[in-house]
Structures are given as C-alpha cells and as structure tokens.
Design a protein around this ligand. Structure first.
Ligand code: BV8
Length: 240
C-alpha cells in the first residue's frame, strides 16, 4: 500500500480538493457498514432501505425511532479514527477544501472538520415533521416527546430512502466537485444516489479521482487511481 509519486505531486500542488466519504471511513471506529444499502436485513428482519425509508416514517414512526435510537446509543461511545483526523488536517492545507459525507455519525466534526456537507443528515439531530425546526437528539439528554415549537411529532433529521437531500447540500457539493482538481472517494460502495454521482461529476470536469477502499466498487473504473486498503491506514500516509 503506497502513494504513487504522481499522486504525491498532485497532492502537493493541488489548490482545490474534494473528499467524499461513506460508512467505510467510520468502520475502523466500530460503526458497522451497510453493504450498499442492499437487501440484507438490518433491523427486525427489515432491509436497510425499508426501515430507513420515508414510507416507514409514514407507516410506523416509533419503529423508525427504535432503529435510530439503537444506532445512536452505540454511536455515543464511538470516537473518530486516524482517517477522520487526517481529513480534518487537510481543511487548512488547501486553498479550497470540500468535505462531503454520506455518514450521519458526526465523526468528521468530532475530529475537527468544519463545514462538513452532510448529504444524508445527522443522527444527533431530530426535526419536526411539520414545522421542520431542529431539536437536539444527543444521547445525554432525553429527546422532547414533541416539537417544542408547534407540538407536532419529531423524526430523525436524516435523509431516508425516497427523500430529497437537504436543500442546497447536493447542489453545493456538485458545484465544488465540478471545480476540484483532486477528488478522493473514501469508504463508499458508490451504490446510493445522488451521492455516488459526485465523483462522476468531478471526473467529467477533469479532476484526478482517487478511490481508497479495501475492495473495488462500481466507481473504481472511473478513478485515475484506486488505493486498496483501509482509510485509517492509507490516509495518514499523505502526511508522511
Ligand atoms: C433521492 C441515512 C430523490 C439514513 C442514507 C438512481 C439509481 C438508483 C436508485 C436511485 C437513483 N436515484 C435515487 C435512487 C433511490 C435511492 C438509492 O440510491 N437507492 C440505492 C439503494 C440503489 N436514493 C434515494 O432514495 C435518495 N433520495 O433519490 O431522492 C427523490 C426523492 C423523492 C422523489 C423523487 C426523487 C436518498 C438516499 C439517502 C438514504 N439515506 N443514510 C440512515 O443512515 O439510516 S443512505 C446510507 O446508505 C448512507 O448514508 C450511504 O449513503 C449508504 C451506504 O453506503 P456507504 O456509505 O457507501 O456504505 P456501504 O456499507 O455501502 O459501503 C462501505 C464501503 O466501505 C464498502 O465499499 C467497503 O468496502 C468500504 N470499507 C469498509 N471498511 C473500510 C472501507 N473503506 C475504507 N476503509 C475501511 N476501513
């Protein structure tokens, strides 16, 4: 596992860099990955994209909360790993640095990353199903039973399957992807859209695209380089 001289040169010269992360960047912290949001049952016999879907919020919001509270409770004790820490260092290294994540675990922010574009929301927030006002959902404090503004039901402030991404988040990420010179794709299976479209946008705009993943993914073929390895072992090599 080594960094090519080509990539080291581009890393040294780059002004505009974008990083897209998925569950794999948090794997070494102990957050289980999803295997592409596929049909594998993850909760009470329900596949991931069923329990984490807009339809389930309509049908059985308490079941959705049970699933997210289960994840929130074990994520409470989880810490960022060397990959999160290295990426946090990059934000002050490049003239224009953009961090886009599909993760809802908040570990990038815990590692010191600022202005993280959370495409799929954040497990530490809840929002009102009517007035959309945000509420704290941290493990420490009991979540309010209802919206403190309008009294309606609260739901996890995450993007569920079949739901639009947060207003402007994808558009801003897409804009930065089309301007970057170097795009890293770290720990994602590249199966969930529109997030997986970001490296494609960067590539078509002429960026040098690098994948960091122990396995090949549907995005590997469009990458200029694929580094086969764990993010927590590969990314710190850039500071050496
Ligand atoms: C939408 C939050 C518009 C909730 C999540 C186009 C084609 C096909 C389908 C669609 C399409 N466009 C839209 C769809 C439908 C759908 C979709 O993409 N379905 C998939 C399953 C095919 N997309 C949507 O519904 C999106 N919304 O399109 O809205 C719309 C709306 C209404 C009407 C019309 C249009 C919303 C998608 C967001 C869903 N929410 N998360 C929650 O967490 O519960 S998605 C969730 O799953 C994650 O956020 C992430 O995005 C995805 C999991 O993928 P990864 O993060 O990549 O993780 P995975 O486990 O799959 O892979 C891990 C990788 O890491 C592996 O490759 C592994 O090898 C690697 N790895 C492991 N260890 C390490 C490592 N890498 C490095 N280091 C290691 N140590």
């Amino acid at each position: 596992m080594h960094i090519s001289s080509e990539l080291r040169r581009r890393f040294a010269d780059a002004q505009r860099v974008l990083v897209l992360t998925g569950a794999g960047v948090s794997a070494e912290s102990g957050v289980p990955t999803f295997r592409g949001g596929g049909q594998t049952a993850v909760w009470k016999g329900m596949p991931f994209d069923v329990i984490s879907s807009a339809a389930m919020v309509e049908r059985d919001l308490p079941a959705v909360w049970e699933w997210f509270d289960y994840r929130r409770d074990f994520m409470g004790a989880i810490k960022p790993n060397a990959a999160h820490e290295e990426i946090a260092r990059w934000q002050d290294r490049f003239a224009e640095f953009t961090l886009v994540t599909q993760n809802i675990d908040g570990l990038h922010q815990q590692a010191g990353s600022r202005d993280v574009i959370e495409l799929h929301g954040n497990i530490w927030r809840a929002r009102c199903t009517v007035c959309r006002s945000n509420h704290d959902n941290s493990a420490e404090r009991a979540r309010p039973d209802a919206c403190l503004e309008c009294g309606n039901q609260l739901r996890p402030d995450v993007v569920l399957f079949g739901e639009m991404l947060p207003r402007g988040a994808f558009e801003f990420a897409a804009e930065r992807a089309s301007q970057c010179e170097l795009c890293f794709v770290v720990g994602t299976s590249g199966l969930v859209y529109p997030a997986a479209g970001i490296p494609e946008l960067a590539k078509s705009a002429g960026a040098y695209v690098v994948e960091v993943n122990p396995e090949r993914t549907p995005l590997s073929d469009l990458c200029d380089e694929t580094i086969t390895g764990k993010a927590g072992e590969v990314l710190p090599l850039f500071s050496q």
